[in-house]
Write a protein that binds this ligand. Sequence first.
Ligand SMILES: [Zn+2]
Length: 409
Amino acid sequence: MSYRTGATGLTRDLNRAAILRLIGLSGPIARTSIAGRLGLSPATVTSITRELIDSGIVRTADRAPSRGGRPALLLEIVSRSAHAFGVKVAPDHLVGVVVDLDGDVIEQYEERLDLSAAHGFDAAVGVLRSWLDAAAEGTPLLGVGLGVPGVVDSATGTVTSPLIGWRDFALREQLQQALGIPVLVDNDVNTLATSERLYGRGRDVEDFIALTLGRGVGLGIVANGDIYHGYGGGAGEFGHVTVVVDGPVCSCGKRGCLEAVVADPALVATARADGTIGKRQGIAALRRNADAGDADARAIYAEAATVLGRAVANLVNVLSPQLILVSGEGTQAWGHYEEAFAKALQAHVFPPLRGFTVEVDPWDDAKWAVGAASLVLRTTFTPLVDGTQHELAMRAWARPDAQATEVVA
Ligand SMILES: [Zn+2]
């Protein structure tokens, strides 16, 4: 990328970005506090914040009470001053959302398409283009975040997803070229954890895990306040820890993986084999039977819940999270997991680590897309994880006169 601005302009851009980030993270905040915390002169802060107020990005909030004298004016971000786009990428459909700076959903889109088909990626680009065109009208769009099932190197945006059929696919680079705006990519469960950290129950929790149940078993790890990616982005492949030696074959090629025993396809295979559901029926039928009180269907869930509870206990013993968030389409049947899961978890957690809580979410597809959008919002409000994308997103917001597309070299 290149900057078309001189040294002074660049310094001013950096100061503006730092001020915005501080107001976003700590606002409402007084100008004097901004100057003190960033080590800038009051004159610089006044000049830049006046500019930000004029362009509608920042506004004055309620006055702070003060001991004598005039109360200080507090500044806060105008949450509708910029938008971010988030996309949940699934093998057979895309869900997109436009969110404001508070993570509130403004628009939502959905499109079915087969990403693993011959021209699947081109079709997806076409869909994203039309969504972004509609979303970009009027308000600056900071960028697009994508949550993808698979191993994602979030530093490079390269994706390996057996579900979609991508191997070392340069998703970020390809999309950035095709769409001309900042693109951030991470594993889909990591995006969920990111949005919980920014806006949800993880806001005040430094160490938590997000566990997802459904077609597979996913895991996002937040350690010391940030997503733990591991080498090459592969951390969190909890679904592939071995729970049964020489057990059923997993989609990854190994045997006895957790997800080959407890994920929906495994439950369906067991239920079909023992006649609990018909040969052509799926997970919805199994859930219906369990809901109706069928003892065999309930036993299938209870067995899976026991294996899952034990595996999660092992995880707790390694990570010691304060909070465990459970979500994904599998939670529609959580009532049938609950008891056996809690019992196995309790039995296998190292006793001194039992101080955590477990929270279970109702199933919500759009929440994943909001998570993906929060990749963009996170790069806006927290110190750089990825320099280039961060700079592009900040410029799209703080310099509405300079389109993000124009600063890409
Ligand atoms: Zn596996």
